[in-house]
Design a protein around this ligand. Structure first.
Ligand code: ADP
Ligand code: GN1
Ligand code: MG
Length: 364
């Protein structure tokens, strides 16, 4: 049954009267709706029914987002000419005093101001947009570097931990709960061939050579909104903002900003990492972070897209053999199709790895 959005809307302290609400965006995790208000001068809103199968502790998750958005807003307010309503997500408090409500079925909902006149891209077609995306993520990391207080909650423990992801994959491959293991023999071989080299970032972390920082952890390009002139506007989807390595954010952004094809492209010959888009994103990112990254972090930036694209391909593949319990899918073999496209993208990055390293070195 579709939710009664008007009823949910009225549980929040939003300014404006509910006119209509409809599904919005192409996120893989939550159920997202855009609510339009009757008054043209008032804000519109985003309502989200949160995925509590994936996020086990929603009050902790919301607490993180409250802290992060308050901090970002303070930083932005100090910049003359900033547009606070559009450059940072704003949670709308519920009438119960929390930043979320639960509905009759026990499902959690939250509300944000809808960021007006933004542009969102699943595929990036010009280096200028990639550059702006890089700047947005670089600035985001810089602004959160001095977040006061306790470390943020780990909303999904071991989220980018490739060792754990490999263990889960191998366990499910053995168990084969959906009877699909025989369909992925060549993909499993692809994974096993690269498993060892993918552990390098974790090893560098354990050896203390790269620091844990506050990272976003889900920097796919449609989580970076641009404005009507395609300038960096706002980083959204803050559910996984938590301690992490900068490589996770750099890698995931390149995975999406520099892939000239869709994430789930069926025609694998169309999938390729465009080196100009890579260069542009890296240039935007380093323009904001060059002075704060340590030499080892910089040395491994070019490796990061290989790691994260591999990790996310592995997660799509794992979900496929598990029977599609995690990502929203739009057809029966969707997760396999996504995994194949992402593995092809890993190969394209491998082919251009030398050049990627040269570009990073040239930007420092
Ligand atoms: P998911 O985790 O499912 O990806 P997101 O929080 O990224 O959920 O939201 C899904 C989509 O909704 C985003 O990709 C974006 O298009 C849109 N969206 C989310 N929050 C806002 C907002 N405050 N203003 C405008 N659009 C938004
Ligand atoms: C999910 O939430 P969304 O759709 O922006 C996923 C990411 C994956 C991505 C793949 C919490 O991102 O980790 O990289 O799909 N988010 C979560 O498209 O698992
Ligand atoms: Mg998203």
């Amino acid at each position: 049954m579709s939710p009664d959005l008007r009823e949910i809307f009225d549980l929040f302290t939003a300014d404006g009267t509910f006119l209509k609400g409809e599904p919005y965006g192409s996120g893989h995790i939550h159920d997202t709706f855009r609510v339009e208000t009757k008054e043209s001068e008032k804000d519109n809103y985003i309502l989200q029914r949160l995925n509590d199968k994936i996020f086990k502790n929603i009050p902790e998750l919301q607490h993180n987002i409250e802290r992060v958005t308050i901090h970002l807003r303070e930083k932005l307010s100090a910049i003359p000419g900033s547009d606070i309503k559009r450059e940072c997500l704003r949670l709308i408090p519920a009438k119960n005093g929390n930043s979320w409500i639960t509905d009759k079925e026990g499902k959690f909902w939250r509300m944000y101001i809808f960021i007006s006149n933004h542009r969102s891209y699943n595929i990036v077609d010009t280096p200028v947009k990639a550059f702006e995306g890089g700047k947005a993520i670089g600035r985001f990391q810089a602004m959160l570097a001095d977040l006061p207080g306790e470390p943020l909650f780990e909303t999904i423990p071991f989220f980018h931990d490739i060792e754990k992801r490999l263990e889960t994959f191998n366990r499910l491959l053995e168990k084969d709960p959906a009877g699909r293991a025989e369909k992925i023999v060549s993909e499993a071989e692809f994974v096993h061939k690269r498993a060892e080299e993918m552990k390098i970032i974790l090893k560098l972390g354990r050896e203390g050579k790269i620091p844990v920082r506050i990272t976003h952890n889900d920097t796919k390009f449609n989580n970076i909104l641009l404005d009507e002139n395609d300038k960096a506007l706002c980083v959204i989807d803050l559910d996984t903002v938590m301690p992490g390595y900068v490589h996770y954010d750099f890698g995931d952004a390149i995975r999406t900003a520099a892939n000239i094809a869709a994430e789930d492209e069926k025609e694998l010959s169309k999938v390729r990492m465009d080196i100009k888009l890579f260069e542009a994103y890296a240039s935007g990112y380093l323009s904001e972070t060059r002075d704060t990254l340590n030499p080892v972090e910089i040395d491994y930036l070019a490796f990061a897209p290989r790691l994260i694209t591999f990790t996310i391909a592995l997660r799509f593949l794992t979900d496929y053999i598990d029977g599609d319990n995690y990502f929203k899918i739009h057809h029966v073999h969707h997760n396999l199709q996504r995994a194949r496209a992402q593995f092809r993208l890993v190969e394209s990055m491998e082919e251009q790895y030398g050049e990627m390293n040269e570009i990073i070195a040239g930007l420092i």
